[in-house]
Design a protein around this ligand. Sequence first.
Ligand code: GLA
Length: 728
Amino acid sequence: MGVIWNEEKKTFTLHTKNTTYQMQADQYGYLLHLYYGKRTGGCMDYLLTYTDRGFSGNPYEAGNDRTYSLDSLPQEFPSQGTGDYRSTVFAVKNADGSCACDLRYEGYEILKGKYALPGLPAVYAGGEEAQTLKIYLKDSVTGVGVCLLYGLLPELDIITRSAVVTNNGNGKVYLEKVQSANLDFVTGNYDLITFYGRHAMERNFQRMPVNHGGQVIESRRGVSSHQYNPMMILAERSACEDYGSCYAMSFVYSGSFKGEAEKDQYNQTRVMLGLNDDGFSYPLEPGKIFYAPEVILTYSADGLGALSRNLHSCIRTHVCRGKYRDMVRPVLLNSWEASYFNFNGESIYALAEHAAQSGIELLVMDDGWFGKRNDDSSGLGDWGVNEEKLGGTLKNLISRINGLGLKFGIWFEPEAVSEDSELFRKHPDWALAIPGRSPVRSRNQLVLDFSRKEVVDEVFSQMCRLLDEENIEYVKWDMNRSLSDVYSVATRDQGRVLYDYVLGLYDFLERLLDRYPDLLIEGCSGGGGRFDAGMLYYTPQIWCSDNTDAIDRLRIQYGTSFGYPVSAMGSHVSVVPNHQTGRETPMNTRKVVAMSGTFGYELDLGKFTAEEKQEVKRQVEEYHKYAPLIQNGCYYRLSDPFVDETGAWAFVAQDRSEALLNVVMLEIHGNMTPVYVRLKGLEEGAFYREEKSGRLYPAEALMATGYPMPLELGAYQAYQYHFVRVSD
Ligand code: GLA
């Protein structure tokens, strides 16, 4: 395992436990991609084919050899202006106004441990767990250098990629496109799987063939977005949940991005992922360095399920950090759907009292506690406590809530500003806006220019004033709009602002974690509008969606599960009729769905009957029983809730000693046909005891024929079965 350099062949071979990645610096110094897939040995340069290709030009040094063209060869880091007419990952505008960069191999370094990226989130690993390969490329005319970074986590079948651009020339250049990873495939028919959506309906699964002509998913919104998630999968056409070759690319970044897939004229497939070039034009002065955010790659020969589990392990244990990484998160009660903006200190305390009686561990006071804010038209930017509204100090409220045995958490939206706020009145030029033009409002608010340090510093110090003083153990970090009017009066520039904004955000979060290492931060952006591996480096959980309807939610969580672990998905039980859909679902169903995430409630427990409150108490106890298995077990999708009559999934312990089966019935008909749900991942040859019935079942039968669901009346019934392996 690890990185192998073959001097004679000039190949780099990267072996993980089950995969191999190979590239070659060829006779002209171009870095060609040879292979990525199932683990293998040997040199794969036999895969390259050469023939005279009309209208595919040849580099000058190739002389009269018309069979050598970058328009057809598979490459690691294709660059604009080299005779490759496909979409490229790199484009530079030089000081003389020309747009070309001809990157040739210069050298390499192999290092122990995993590289880090200054100011950016990245996969981390111990020195023994990982290796780094650096490949240096250079354009000899301008001196622009690119260092390609490869991080290997062999045990996890993870390879990460990033690129570091250095301007070694004499003139200022503009980076017009810098993406982080490109994969070229010389043959094969692939499908592209992406996750599209909208506010309150994020990460729907879409699978479409990669055809001639490019396919693009992207965000131009400054945040990774509800509309497309920055994670995509390339799957062989025949690959499915349990079989076949597939590749995942996940962007460790929370701003605008672009993912492209294209089948070229020779039926070769190119996929790439990285920063969006739309509106991007990053000035790089001589001597300066630019870091492209990281992309996580993984390959599975055994279908999408195994592919997702690779990503889950990587993100759960090598992206998420901090005290809460491996801990079962506290069960919380959030005030938002309980009372929206209409609360005071007493009503929050009353919520906490009910929560304490039900065994809930954390009370979160959502939007509305600060500045002047009783609706969404004012107050953002003024992070001082509205004591008049609370009817007392926050200190007093928190100490009373702590007295009930509950932790206290609070909502912030640090990146936003209301025009009706003290902050905006003092610093109107701190909001993103183009001088002389009226900015686009969204949810009645503007966005602070986080590309400016003084802006970040001011909000940071406002937040610290509170966190230093009060016993706040959880923060919900929200962001409720897309960026617009992208221009910074500080740099009088537009092309660098979106990237610098995200660096400002990361700097803020890093400083916060540094100062408050025990703080649990939950990310949020109108629900799941910034659900990405970048945010998960700072916030080990993210509110998955503003949609708490159990049936929509299980589909949203299904889509999310392709790229992200359950330990990252904030999920709550709310009331019926559901506030987003009006749908009625049984309380048990809402619990089953919310348990497959960081469990909590978002409702007014005070309106519950004594019996319902007892039910909540039982649910919380049950969650505690299963939480370690849910959070750290292997996740198996057992159905496709977009097409099947059930939503079904299971958690199986790493050592296969137990499994928790979860099923929600999506269809109900007269004279029901029986539904069997087939388990996965159990130990072959073993027997499992189902806890409620006490009955023993052979693993093979559970996996081959399945477990029959009760033929019970009622819409949207849900079931949970706990299977424990018996030792013979
Ligand atoms: C966003 C969040 C909600 C809630 C509101 C408060 O929409 O996703 O959970 O916090 O903001 O304004």
